[in-house]
Design a protein. Sequence first.
Length: 488
Amino acid sequence: MGPPSTGSPSSSPQEVVRKPIRVAIRRKCLVVFFMGSHAQDGLKPWSKDIRGILPRPGWSCRGLSRPLYRSAYDGAMSSPFRSRMLLFGGLYFAQGVPWGFVSVALALRLTSLGFSPAALGDLMFVALLPWTAKPILGPLVDHASFGRLGRRRPLILATEVGMTLSLLAMSFVDPLNQRWSFSALLFLHNLFASTQDVGTDALAIDLLAPDERGRANGIMAAAKFAGVVLGGQGLLWVASHGGWPVAYGCTIALLLLPAALVIRVQEPPLPVRQTHLIGLAVRVFSTRLALLAAGFALLVNLTDAFLFPLTYPLFRNRLGFSEQEVATLATLGNVVGALGALAGGALADRLGCRRTLVMASLGSAGISLAFVTCKSLWGHYPVLLAYTILSGVTTGVIYAATLALFMNLTDPRIGATQFQLYMALLNLKDAGAQKVGGRLAESFSPSGMFGLAALLEILPLVLLRWLGQRKAGDTTATEPAPISNTPV
């Protein structure tokens, strides 16, 4: 959003409108707030002699060396970069912990209690479904305003409270005998989590300068990955030693830690600029290129989600590995997936997005077929480790190249809306694949499931030929790929 007008159209660029001064006393500190736009040095000649003792816009009396928020008008970043990274890293960590707890620790517990692949797939479908509504949540978050309290901070705090209460309620529900109640609470928890994700992204856009967003996205992705690992492997260890009530309590405590950082955020209550982009969005989404990209989003990298309802029951119940051994496989898959995403970004930058996707998808299909051929060795843990590492790397490469491809195909005039829609389709694809995969796992043999997954991995490559027909160059984006098995 641009700065407000500095005067009439005939005003000289050097002219400056006198800025109203508001003086307040807080904890016996004199704070002077300069509000308004300014040219060049931003001070009238009469104030230059005191500029050395006056704080910049947005500084607080709690420590003039530690400002808390950005000026609403000049766009300068007055809050230290490390403080903002601590804030956003903490918020993404808060998203990762409960997701790792649900998708790893809780999923293994339910598998041990007798959940079938179909039941586990249905449960993960319910968990992922709210993340597909992010294109709807985005406009609602943008239009939400809480007056002097700010636009983003109250919403983020409210969603943190909602995530905490829903997780607390889940701890009192028996997932076997009260499956509908448990599923409803799981849906509600992820609805709060997806809303918090949209609000956090909006706050990051408000507070981060353009040259900071690359590093910021890397830190946020790493923090979410750390939360997934801690919420999965870490809390499973807590549950095995202290019981599941203790694990739920630790999850809630880790979830609430970033709330203390959000409380201290001071954001300017900027008005939302109303723009009429509905007609433009309709025209863009009606093009063949956008429709092909949407179809590609619903087909790319189906293997990971399609096989998820099968792998836990297969490794835990049929092959007889312990919960900790299966959780180690899940953790290792996330680690190598993140490394694969870094490698995928570099390959897409050097070779192009389409070529990288073709190689990684063919590699993923080959890994699934190779795993089928060595069925007699599935009972050996090193074989599962090798499969997890190789499939995790290819999944990360595909995720990174897919994000870069979608950013290249996005119209910059409606960039946020169009890209968010592609991300929602990816989440919808994962949710549907887990539901269908859970159903088919009860009818097909494990070997047949892995063979079908190999075929599904090759299917979307047909669309890549037409997705490359774009005038813009095939360059990659600097935004990191999402962590495998986590909603984007």
